[in-house]
Design a protein around this ligand. Sequence first.
Ligand code: PLP
Length: 378
Amino acid sequence: MERIPISGPSITEKEIQYVSDAVTRCWYGNANLYHEKFREAFAAYVGRKYAVPLPSCTSAIHLALSALGLGPGDEVIVPELTWIATAAPITYVGATPVFADVDDATWCLSADSLAERLTPQTKAVISVDLYGNVPDYDALLGVCRARGIALIEDAAEAIGSEYRGRRAGAMGEAGVFSFHGSKTLTTGEGGMLVTDSDDLFRRVSVLQDHGRPRGDRLFFNDEVAFKYKMSSMQAALGLAQLERIDDLVARKREIFEWYRRLLADIEGVSLNPEPPQTKNSYWMTTVVLDERFRLPKERLMEMLAAAGIDSRPFFYPLSSIPAYSAMGGEEVWRRKNQRAYRLSAQGVNLPSALNMTEDKARRVCEVLKDCLTRARNH
Ligand SMILES: *Cc1c(COP(=O)(O)O)cnc(C)c1O
């Protein structure tokens, strides 16, 4: 039987045409043609003044932290549950990550926990729109504004999600996106930084191009910085995908809806939340099992894999992974961030690729139900 992949893109004739056009024509005087179109269309879509195409979301976060002037001695608060790319750039600039708990209602950064983690050294917060879910931004921004702390919105997994009528990426000083092949909109590898701030945009533009002053034609650099650019072929692919974004998001929501209906009759299984006044673009449909199943996520993943179904574990709490063993250790953080530890242990991402079909979702749910029955009778 065909393996069901966890994630992957939707590529049509439009994408192939735009990329062919870029590789044929976008050299010499046309080199930036697709960048300009992609950046303008993207800024308009998110509802931001500026959009900066980049090689990855990781580089976008690195640039945002650098542009905000963060360095050694500064602390940046991140939620426990996210991909390491959210936090790794904090280390790149020499600052210190501080892990905060999540809310059960959103699976995202908790404003109460954020407030508890503040110290005089706190300079920024990176919130994460996990799997397309959005946190309570009114509460998070309230905490940040009261203390004059910058908020960066990691919307890598949430293009098309909304919070009170505003698109994901529109909250805080800057929003960042990933166009990795697993994400809803892909450029193969790629990312975007969006902001409304003239100062932040200007600083990012200098830092992404080896510290050249804007408009520099003399290769006369003001400072040592970074080289973070996207190619024309990637920008062309991104523009084609963006012109189809409503369809891509609708497909993600349809996949979620298949799972929701097929799993509606099982007790003790919850799926991604979509609180009132939010729209979830469901990058990955995720099941969280009630603890009474006594079925660790790793065991469930093995059972699914044996049936030809790829899955992923809910992200492990950052404080529990070897990369951050020097941050105090799991035992210290587990007590502080209990909701994150509980949620992570019970969650698995289900196949959510854009080539999913209702038949495949049915096969996944049949196998999943069988796994749960076996666990219950064990
Ligand atoms: C994918 C992802 C990133 C990193 O994106 P890259 O483009 O691979 O650098 C950052 N944060 C989150 C939450 C992600 O899921």
